[in-house]
Design a protein around this ligand. Structure first.
Ligand code: SF4
Length: 379
């Protein structure tokens, strides 16, 4: 398949792995965080870590959109779905994410709530159009990649004068989260997380471009290489990071040039700017309250804002104390550090958000069995 097969070529992957092995300084250790869940998935799926020298370490970051949604927002969606007049439309992954006390949107649906899985924001608008007596709420989550389709849904609903459509907005921003990680006590004070550079997100960067990463590459002296999701992309991105570290550089580089431009997608950015504005602060699972890291609808589009329409309260709720998702999302722990991993918590019985989404670190580790390979090697 064009643009797929050539980036999964095993011979080229082995050759890149050899180049990486020659490039690393044996006296050094390298710690790179892949921010994006798509990269976490690719790293597990293709066994990238097994191709790297022992002194190159990959740390999973908080870039899985389902995983970073805090319990309080899941609870709010469940409360919303329980209203008799509401039809809550959402992507499939979100339905299984545990809220407080073992609840989820799926269990709410079993109790009679009208929760429907959709594949696109357009599907949700279509439900509002065909069922005018229902208040249709789209449960919007995700990073900069999924925000433009939400903006387009609002534009479409406005054009069709759909007074029964609204959005429960939980869209978040990548650069604010990366900055928060670099300023966190885990990185700065305690030194529990060492980060020498970032594998920058692929899809997000097709929208925002590479320019927004320049600030913290400079300010925190950390290289960023925006990389694609195919195995050769990831390997080449890691090689570029190693070269920057060896040369003492901290620049933003773009490995994913076939899709990402420095300025990003101006049309998508303009669409988002038309409908959304920054929240002063937004809660992330694992990171806590992160300033200017989330979006909400502008006053001009308040009629489409479910938070205003249904007076949704933000009631903070605690994570399951046995679940280590928070520490995993901060890069402090790995999935295999969690006592529940693979025992009480599996993709069939997820106890935390990181096991629900395919992009979650726990689900990726479990699905591709990398922990089993490592256990075998250690024995
Ligand atoms: S294995 Fe399950 S309980 Fe443990 S951190 Fe991952 S999602 Fe949470």
């Amino acid at each position: 398949m064009k643009y797929i097969d050539e980036y999964r070529d095993a011979r080229l992957a082995r050759s890149l792995a050899t180049t990486i092995a020659h490039a690393v300084d044996p006296a050094k250790s390298y710690y790179f965080m892949e921010f994006c869940g798509g990269h976490t998935h690719a790293i597990s799926r293709y066994g990238i870590e097994d191709l790297l020298p022992d002194n190159v370490h990959l740390i999973h970051g908080p870039g899985c959109p389902v995983c970073v949604l805090p319990v309080g927002r899941i609870d709010a969606a469940i409360r919303l779905a329980a209203l008799p007049e509401v039809t809550l439309c959402t992507y499939g992954d979100l339905m299984r994410v545990p809220g407080s006390n073992g609840t989820s949107l799926l269990s709410a649906r079993a109790r009679g709530a009208d929760v429907r899985m959709v594949y696109s924001t357009r599907d949700a608008v279509r439900v509002a159009e065909t069922e005018r007596t229902r208040q249709v709420v789209f449960f919007a989550i995700g990073f900069e990649t999924t925000t433009p389709p939400t903006a387009l849904a609002i534009r479409l609903a406005a054009r069709k004068r759909l007074a029964n459509f609204s959005v429960f907005c939980n869209h978040v921003l990548t650069p604010s989260a990366i900055q928060n990680i670099l300023e966190s006590p885990d990185v700065r004070e305690f030194g529990r997380v060492r980060i020498d550079g970032f594998i920058g997100p692929a899809h997000v960067s097709t929208v925002i471009g590479t320019q927004p990463y320049a600030f913290f590459a400079e300010e925190f002296a950390k290289p960023v290489v925006v990389s694609g999701f195919e195995p050769l992309d990831v390997l080449q991105g890691i090689l570029m990071l190693i070269q920057q570290v060896n040369e003492g550089r901290h620049e933003v580089e773009n490995q994913y040039r076939r899709a990402v431009r420095p300025e990003g997608n101006e049309r998508a950015k303009a669409e988002v700017a038309e409908f959304f504005e920054l929240r002063k602060t937004f809660e992330w699972r694992g990171l806590g309250l992160v300033p200017y890291s989330g979006l909400r609808l502008k006053e001009k589009y308040a009629a489409f804002d479910a938070e205003r329409r249904f007076s949704i309260e933000n009631i903070p709720a605690a994570d399951n104390p046995a679940c280590e998702c928070g520490a995993i999302l901060r890069g402090v722990k790995k999935p295999t550090d969690c006592k529940l991993f693979g025992t009480l918590c599996t993709p069939d019985t997820p106890m935390g958000s990181c096991m629900v989404s395919a992009e979650g670190a726990c689900a990726a580790h479990w699905t591709y069995g990398r922990f089993r390979d490592r256990a075998r090697k250690a024995s």
